[in-house]
Design a protein around this ligand. Structure first.
Ligand code: COA
Ligand code: AMP
Length: 648
């Protein structure tokens, strides 16, 4: 059973954490020895352009070589690299390291034949099929920069990413499979190409069976050359790994910020390889011959790091799951994966655990499987609520580790480093700061608060390797968004508490970012979709607590003058609200899961016109709140109160 005693203040973890801050060069150059370099770095940190930092400035390597070729060259070509298990098709596909390397080299050859080289961008829009990691690694092989877009986003969001990353090639397939429907990718890609200003040269389409729209139906659209992926690969000469500087970008991954424009988080090659390799051993406790299953999506950072790069850098087996935690076919899906593939470390989002608990509260489906291979269970993406944590710990009879992450950091800011030293679990805490992260909690003025006091969680610069060096093509935006609020620190955007034992409790965002089923969304983007509807004069979207999804977006709209406010419960109201829901689905995508929308007379604002979203959320969640003294008209808030009740 999990222990919940006070942690030890000395031992391998505290030694490693202390050394990572006091002997940064030594700590990270030691970690870098686990990577195969063409030119080994002699320096760890380059701070000449602070507050922009670079890691391993004189190192040269190739990330795909480290993920694949080096293991084959070391005689492990027959070892399992990737197991793809699809609950949607019932198929299991296995790739050894040699097979995966050959697939990757062939696709890299096809990309090279289409002019893709070092530094060029390739957009990847694929569901959870083996082609997704193959696409990412093929880009890495060429030194090209991939940008993966999650399949649940709408064409407009795809277009925004095309315009920012300016890719030459898009890699996609005919579609993804959701439990209730087939998601046709090609019309979405075609619409995105037509919406974007940047011209994409080539679209390679992997033909997946069972979809209505085929290559021929879209090939005249968007000004690109649309080609069949498999034919292109069949004709290609396998490509060799291209040397890149450690500081060269490996990928750009877009994430939601406060504004409507997504932020292109950049990941470099060298720092990323070193950091992830270190985490595999020290946090996840997974190495060669052992299997890790991360039930996320390649479209999110967790998928990038621990479906694709981390396990392969470690020479382990990654189990990639296409399916849901429940309903495909039942809430035993994760436990089946553990049994079938001998999974040692499993990683998922709390929302998935809540869904499983709802369907199988007594754990009957869990007990029906042999989980003897399972040694560690991790959760991230949102806070693991204590009730769910206790429930799953009780069933698994092992500590369940909550760890705290961001797209920006690429790996856990706080975690229980079980491979290094298993620390006691504190329920409700994301454990302790990871080595390399010098965490502080600051008040609004940037002063450190005492242990146990809530504040803004920040990290003293520099951030460790593997974290974002900047935003794509936007150094100043990076500085403005993250480094300006508390000079000398990276502002995480999360608030929380660090207790006397150094355990971190993350309590929520300090900005307008919400987290729906572990998916990070900007309320600004949702509001923009609502505001574009002609009947809407102004609106506010807040994230209200939801028992299953952590938060759900809830919209409040004020109608344009002249538009009649429909009677509550009338057909006219249903029609209007449906149109607003559809607007969000069309503009942002089904991933927003936008269902709650209410027509109101007015929105509460400060005298300077800022909508009081935080107060609205506190009221909706039934929390204590104080009405800001700057409120323009307190009666608006009073009128809104009955509409903001929790559980609506
Ligand atoms: N492509 C297209 N559409 C997608 C999609 C994808 N990759 N993923 C989700 N969607 C759609 C769903 O089909 C659904 O559409 P619908 O409105 O037509 O039904 C909508 O987006 C919302 O989906 P989802 O968030 O999956 O909600 P759900 O109610 O269908 O399922 C859970 C609930 C808990 C099972 C599900 O949210 C889940 O598996 N969450 C875990 C998320 C996760 O792993 N996050 C990782 C972050 S580290
Ligand atoms: P993303 O960039 O999509 O990974 O989302 C990052 C955000 O999710 C963080 O800033 C947190 O708000 C939230 N988050 C992720 N993991 C956790 C966790 N373990 N506990 C609390 N919040 C989390």
């Amino acid at each position: 059973m999990a222990t919940h005693d006070a942690p030890t203040s000395s031992g391998p973890y505290s030694d490693a954490h202390a050394r990572s801050l006091t002997d940064r060069e030594g700590f990270w150059l030691d970690a870098a020895r686990a990577i195969d370099w063409t030119v080994a770095p002699t320096r760890a940190l380059d701070d000449t352009d602070a507050p922009l930092y670079r890691w391993f400035p004189d190192g040269v390597l190739n990330t795909a070589h480290n993920c694949l070729d080096r293991h084959v060259e070391a005689g492990r070509g027959d070892a399992p690299a990737l197991v793809h298990d699809s609950a949607m098709t019932g198929e299991v596909t296995r790739f050894t390291y040699a097979q995966l390397r050959d697939e990757v080299a062939a696709l890299a050859g096809a990309l090279a034949a289409r002019g893709v080289g070092k530094g060029d961008r390739v957009l990847v829009y694929l569901p959870m099929i083996p082609q997704a990691p193959i696409a990412m690694l093929a880009c890495a092989r060429l030194g090209a920069v991939h940008s993966v877009v999650f399949g649940g986003f709408a064409p407009r969001e795809l277009a925004a990413r095309i315009d920012d990353a300016t890719p030459d090639v898009v890699l996609t397939c005919t579609g993804g499979i959701e439990p209730k429907r087939r998601v046709e990718y090609l019309p979405a890609v075609a619409e995105a190409l037509e919406t974007a200003s940047h011209p994409v040269r080539t679209v390679l389409v992997h033909a997946r069976e069972g979809f209505e729209t085929a290559l021929a139906d879209v090939s005249a659209r968007g000004g690109a050359a649309w080609e069949d992926w498999d034919a292109a690969v069949a004709d290609a000469e396998p490509a060799a790994c291209v040397d890149v500087a450690a500081t060269d970008p490996l990928y750009v991954l877009y994430t939601s910020g406060t504004t409507g424009k997504p932020k292109g988080v950049v990941r470099d090659n060298g720092g990323h390889a070193v950091a992830l390799r270190w985490t595999m051993e020290n946090i996840y406790d997974v190495g060669p011959g052992q299997a890790m299953c991360t039930a996320s999506d390649v479209g999110w950072v967790v998928g990038h790091s621990y479906i694709v790069y981390g396990p392969l850098l470690a020479g382990a087996t990654t189990v990639m799951y296409e399916g849901k935690p429940v309903g495909t076919p039942d809430a035993g899906a994760f436990w089946r994966l553990v049994e079938d593939h001998g999974v040692r470390s499993f990683f998922t989002a709390p929302t998935a655990l809540r869904a499983i608990r709802k369907a199988d509260p007594e754990g009957e489906l869990l007990r029906a499987h042999d989980l003897s291979s399972l040694k560690h269970f991790f959760a991230a993406g949102e806070r693991l609520d204590p009730e769910t944590q206790r429930w799953i710990e009780g069933l698994l009879e092992m500590p369940v580790i909550d760890h705290w992450w961001q797209t920006e950091t690429g790996w856990a800011i706080a975690a229980n480093p079980v491979g290094l030293q298993e620390l006691p679990v504190k329920i409700g805490s994301a454990s302790v700061p990871s080595p390399g992260f010098d965490l502080v909690v600051l008040d609004g003025l940037g002063e450190e608060v005492p242990a146990g006091t809530e504040g803004n969680i920040a990290v003293r610069l520099p951030l460790p390797p593997g974290t974002l060096p900047t935003l794509w093509g936007a150094d100043q935006r990076y500085v403005d968004s993250y480094l300006s609020a508390f000079p000398g620190h990276y502002a995480t955007g999360d608030s929380g508490v660090v207790d006397e034992d150094g355990y971190v409790f993350v309590l929520g965002r300090t900005d307008d970012v919400i987290n729906v089923s572990g998916h990070r969304l900007s309320t600004g983007v949702l509001e923009a979709a609502l505001a574009a509807h002609p009947a809407v004069a102004e609106c506010a979207v807040i994230g209200v607590a939801d028992q299953l999804k952590g938060q759900r977006p809830s919209g409040y709209v004020v109608l344009t003058s002249g538009v009649e406010v429909p009677e509550p419960g009338s057909d006219a109201e249903t029609e209007l609200l449906d149109a607003l829901r559809q607007a969000v689905r069309r503009e942002v995508g089904p991933v927003a899961d936008f269902r709650d929308v209410t027509v109101v007379d007015a929105l509460p604002k400060t005298r300077s016109g800022k909508i009081l979203r935080k107060t609205m959320r506190q009221m909706a969640d039934g929390e204590d709140y104080t009405v800001p003294s700057t409120i323009e008209d307190a009666s608006v808030l009073e009128q809104l109160q009955p509409l903001l009740r929790p559980g609506r």
